[in-house]
Structure formats: C-alpha cells, structure tokens
Write a protein that binds this ligand. Structure first.
Ligand SMILES: [Zn+2]
Length: 158
C-alpha cells in the first residue's frame, strides 16, 4: 500500500512494520520507500535517498554492524569448525587456511546487510533526529487535511 506524504506531496511506500523496514535495510534498499539503494558505497549510505528524499545523515550505526557480523559469523561457523575438527582433525595450517577465509568472507558479506538493518531500526524508532513515520499516521494525516480536522492533535495522540 502506498501512502501520500503530505509534507513532500509524494507517494511513498512506507513499511508496514519494523520487520519490513529491516528487511529493506538488509537488502540494501531504502527502509523508508524500498525503491532506491541505501548505500552509495560498500558501507557509506546515500546522503539523501534518490527515491523519497530521506536524509540519511542522522544515522549512527557506528560499530554495531561489525558486532552483529562477528556474532552471526561465530554462531554460523562454530558448528562447522567443531564438525571439521571431530571428523578430520586436520593440521592447524590446513584448518586455518579453511576457516580464516570462510570467516572473513562471512563477516564481510554480513556487514552491509547488518548496517542496513541498523539504519532501518534507527529510522523506524526515530533515533538520532530521524522523524518517526508510520503508514497509518500519514494516511490519517492526509485524510485530516482533506476533511479539515486538526492534524497536529491527531498526530500527537499517536
Ligand atoms: Zn527512500
């Protein structure tokens, strides 16, 4: 469902839930509109979304995506490492030659999705200066504009 953003006069497909916003972030899409790329480079978000004009400069993902990548990589590789050790007990050099590249590939592969998810959570939660936006609030606000109701009072209630 697409919603009218009365502030910009644009049609924007806001996410229905935080999970949809996170899913868009994990796929490196804009969590707000889902139409445009979130990243200009590997871990550098677009300054402004070309699809919905969302300013991404307030995001403060910092080191959290790296922690997520390490945590997930550890949990994915630990059973594999244990299974290899039990089944084959390879020499340390061969073991390191297998596990270290696998761990690096897994961590690097997870960094951008993790950062997209963190940015999506920050945006959804209205952290660091992001404006909290909800699909229903914008729909009711645009209804209120057309009916002449008090938009501000309704939005504060939510
Ligand atoms: Zn967007």
């Amino acid at each position: 469902m697409r919603s009218l953003d009365p502030a910009r006069g644009a049609i924007i497909d806001l996410p229905a839930s935080i999970w949809q916003a996170i899913g868009r972030g994990v796929r490196s899409r804009c969590p707000r509109c889902g139409d445009a790329h979130l990243f200009a480079r590997f871990l550098k978000p677009m300054p402004v979304c070309p699809g919905c004009a969302q300013d991404w400069s307030p995001q403060r993902a910092d080191d959290f995506p790296a922690y997520i990548s390490m945590l997930v990589t550890g949990h994915l590789l630990a059973p594999v490492v244990i299974a290899i050790e039990i089944a084959f007990a390879p020499p340390v050099a061969i073991f390191a030659a297998l596990v270290i590249p696998a761990a690096m590939a897994c961590m690097l592969g997870l960094l951008q999705p993790a950062k997209g998810a963190v940015i999506a959570i920050q945006w959804w939660s209205g952290m660091h200066g992001f404006r909290r936006e909800r699909r229903d609030a914008i729909v009711s606000a645009s209804d209120n504009v057309s009916t002449g109701d008090n938009v501000t009072a309704r939005n504060i209630k939510e």
